[in-house]
Design a protein around this ligand. Structure first.
Ligand code: TRP
Length: 333
């Protein structure tokens, strides 16, 4: 039997190169091998954007357009909206008895995020909500309600998968074996660096290149990308290993990579020319993505239908799980 993949993404912004090369490029491959459920995690996004429902709603559609434009294929995979599956919320309530507050606060992902919030808002954590601290429980419900046995994620999400496995074990030990423990499937690409050379590309870091950036914006961002600071003149030799332009030549799979590297090292390639070549390569890469996006923007009814169908399928799956869960918990009245 084909394994079932479940993974999700929060609708808080558009897809950038970090998401694409770090995660969604791999999702596109996985849909050929597995039954895939890709979740637009709007309920999870609301845990720290509850004051901004408009932003989350807008990004549900933006992200759907992005995902379809990079090749998520509704004929192969189910693309669905988390809030359309009330069974996930129901399961979250049942799971919440199986998790202690101490364990939630100890979850490294949650811990880091709370520390970031404190640093950002300068308070003692008074504004950390029950919903936010509990989002790993809701994520465990996402995975198991859909019968996900393989969960493609990046390293930062591993503590959440581990917590899901713990919940499943506890459930099975108390109520009888009902659920399957999921396994993570680590992304083959480690995190993608930002245009400024920081270890991670991120929306909040302001160093991201977006899949829906216009030609002008791509040009401006690449022209300002960080290069080897020791290279002052056009014909100074430089070190490509500390240059973001070279890093993106590699990422985008420029067939001319060896020449780029050699010419950079021996000083026969100026940064401006090198950036221009990269811009051309990025344009080649983005052109089919932009075309697909345009198609879906112009056929928005189709997009809504894709989400409706994906969500119906996900809901059917979740209903089956809930039948078993309720029987095990003796609440199948
Ligand atoms: N927490 C994930 C993120 O921030 C998104 C997510 C929601 C998810 N539900 C999931 C990931 C279920 C894997 C499985 O990127």
């Amino acid at each position: 039997m084909k394994k079932t993949i479940l993974t999700g993404i929060r609708p808080t912004g558009n897809l950038h190169f970090g998401h694409y090369f770090g995660a969604t490029r791999n999702w596109v491959k996985l849909q050929d091998e597995y039954e895939c459920f890709f979740e637009i995690a709007d309920v999870q996004a609301l845990t720290d954007n509850f004051q901004n429902p408009e932003k989350v709603r807008k990004n549900v559609y933006e992200l759907t357009l992005d995902l379809l434009s990079v090749g998520i294929d509704p004929k192969k995979a189910h693309l669905f909206i988390q809030s359309k599956i009330p069974e996930i919320a129901e399961l979250t309530v049942f799971y919440s008895n199986l998790v202690t507050m101490a364990r939630l606060y100890r979850n490294p992902t949650v811990k880091t995020e709370i520390a970031q919030k404190k640093a950002l808002f300068g308070n003692d954590g008074e504004s950390v909500t029950y919903g936010f601290v509990g989002y790993p429980v809701s994520q465990a419900a996402d995975i198991t309600a859909l019968g996900g046995t393989l969960v493609p994620v990046g390293e930062d999400q591993l503590p959440l998968i581990e917590q899901c496995r713990e919940i499943v074990r506890k459930f099975n030990s108390i109520y009888g074996v009902t659920l399957q423990e999921p396994e993570h499937l680590l992304s083959p690409t480690p995190r993608i660096k930002g245009l400024d050379g920081k270890e991670k590309m991120g929306k909040s870091l302001g160093n991201a290149l977006y899949l829906n950036d216009s030609k002008e914006v791509v040009k401006e961002k690449i022209m300002n990308a960080v290069t080897d600071p020791s290279k002052i003149k056009k014909d100074d030799p430089a070190n490509p290993d500390i240059c973001m332009v070279y890093y993106y030549h590699k990422l985008i799979n420029n067939p001319n990579l060896e020449t780029v590297c050699k010419e950079c090292k021996n000083g026969t390639r100026g940064c401006v020319a090198c950036k221009k070549e990269l811009i051309d390569k990025i344009e080649e890469f983005l052109t089919p993505i932009r075309e697909k996006r345009k198609y879906y923007e112009e056929h928005f009814d189709e997009v809504k239908e894709i989400l409706e169908e994906g969500s119906n399928e996900a809901r059917n799956r979740a209903k089956e799980t809930m039948k078993k869960v309720k029987a095990s918990m003796k609440i199948d009245y």
